[in-house]
Design a protein around this ligand. Structure first.
Ligand code: NAD
Length: 423
């Protein structure tokens, strides 16, 4: 059975050490050096930074010099001085766009930054090319190499140190529990005091992938009585090993899909699942939902009836809330609302960015590991016959080379041909 690494950013020791010795040797032989630049994130609420100071010294032996935009680490309490002490050059955004070979980001650069990028430069980040293939196409047209960590083949053991989806989901799953505890009007643990006994909170986690398992662990550490549910049967052991109860539905079977992910349910399965879950949800104080199906609208797990069945004071945190919908009826990303029957619904949005130092530390390890993997002789060595590169390299040499993204673009062009419009 495939091993699931919950931390997602641990090093793969022997492999990483040998590869790094090789790179160091090659970099020293040619003397060629790459300028990798860290820009200040500009998306609203984004406080993470792509590299932390510790990474600078790790990249240098491979022929990579680090430039940091002044103030890039401020949101994560990492000062310019800390980067400079580690050996980075602190520069302006203009200098980065003029001189850098590789630009490292957490999320997608804003449109104004995109127009600064030039042919021959590369951008590496969590660029969500499947959600917006046109973005990758626009950069390809400019001759920019696009590399996205969200395309990483996550089940490959040598790719695990680069798995930013996992590291950021871990952070988000932890924070979701703290958000729920903050909204909840009672304690999570059993407390016996002179002023009375407080019974522990009952927490149900729906979707027990990376974020869900971290949420279960965190809620357990806070002393709650926790249960978890997932459509993938393999998650049962993971849930119970964390000391939580696994909820088994009798009306819906397993829905394991490709690559260990869940498949989309049929309309009948969806309805059966929602109805049976409603009974479980009604008995909870807190529900945290994390269910996703890659590339699809998140499944609705907590219906209006389920919310109505909960007691006043209950809390739901929907980690799947997005512009495309979420796991909970009525959740809106970035908004907290209270229903008529007194249930607080939190539409969680980019929770990892709200734990910025931990999230940046982990992300920095992920993106450094990927950059080192892609670098040879102080330059990017793009080779999509490599399994990792085939997943992450989206555009190169003026073309969208990633099959999935290219397929989506073809479909968009095909639709435009039929309709006669580009929309
Ligand atoms: P995700 O964020 O895409 O989804 C979260 C969870 O929601 C998943 O566990 C999924 O099964 C569940 N889900 C989807 N539809 C559901 C429904 N209708 N009802 C209930 N649950 C539903 O997933 P993730 O956390 O990024 O990754 C989960 C999968 O990826 C697992 O299979 C895991 O083993 C695999 N993975 C493997 C590795 C590795 O091998 N290194 C690393 C990361 C993830």
């Amino acid at each position: 059975m495939m091993e699931l690494r919950h931390d997602g950013y641990g090093q793969n020791p022997a492999e990483t050490r040998t590869a790094s010795r090789e790179r160091k040797k090659r970099g020293m032989e040619t003397g060629r050096r790459m300028k990798a630049a860290v820009v200040k994130e500009t998306s609203p609420g984004e406080r993470r930074v792509a590299l932390v100071p510790d990474a600078v010294a790790r990249l240098q032996p491979a022929g990579i010099d680090v430039l940091v935009e002044s103030g890039a680490g401020d949101g994560a309490w990492l000062s310019d001085a800390a980067y400079a002490d580690a050996g980075a050059s602190i520069v302006s955004a203009a200098e980065i766009y003029r001189t850098a070979d590789v630009i490292l980001t957490v999320t997608r650069p804003q449109p104004e930054a995109v127009s600064e990028l030039r042919a021959g430069q590369a951008v590496i980040g969590m660029l969500a090319p499947l959600a917006d293939p046109e973005f990758a196409a626009a950069l390809a047209d400019r001759g920019v190499t696009v590399i996205s960590l969200d395309g990483l083949p996550r089940t490959l053991s040598r790719a695990q140190p680069m798995d930013a989806l996992t590291s950021q989901s871990n952070v988000a799953g932890y924070k979701a529990v703290l958000v729920a505890a903050g909204e909840f009007g009672r304690f999570f643990p059993l407390l016996i005091t002179a002023a009375g006994t407080a019974r522990p909170a009952k927490v149900l986690v729906l979707g027990t992938g990376v974020a869900g398992l971290q949420a279960i662990g965190t809620a357990r550490r806070l002393g709650a009585v926790v249960s978890g549910y997932d459509i993938r049967p393999t998650s049962k052991d993971e849930v119970t090993s964390l000391g939580a109860t696994f909820v088994e539905l009798t009306s819906v079977g397993s829905a394991a899909g490709e690559g260990g992910y869940a498949r989309e349910l049929t309309a009948e399965e969806r309805q059966a699942q929602q109805e049976e879950l409603t009974g479980h949800i009604a008995r909870q104080d807190v529900v945290i939902t994390t269910a996703q199906v890659p590339g699809r609208k998140p499944p609705l797990l907590v219906t209006e009836d389920a919310v109505k069945a909960m007691a006043p004071g209950s809390v739901i945190v929907d980690m799947a809330a997005s512009a495309f919908g979420g796991n909970v009826t009525g959740s809106v990303p970035g908004e907290t609302s209270v229903t008529g029957n007194g249930v607080t619904i939190v539409g969680a949005e980019n929770l990892a960015a709200t734990v910025p130092t931990a999230a940046s530390n982990a992300y920095s390890r992920n993106i450094s590991a990927l950059l080192l993997h892609l670098t040879s002789d102080g330059a990017l060595a793009i080779d999509t016959s490599d399994q990792i590169q085939a997943g992450v390299v989206i555009a190169h040499d003026g073309r969208v080379v990633h099959q999935g993204v290219a397929g989506l673009l073809q479909r968009v062009e095909g639709d435009a041909g039929v309709d006669g419009t580009a929309d």
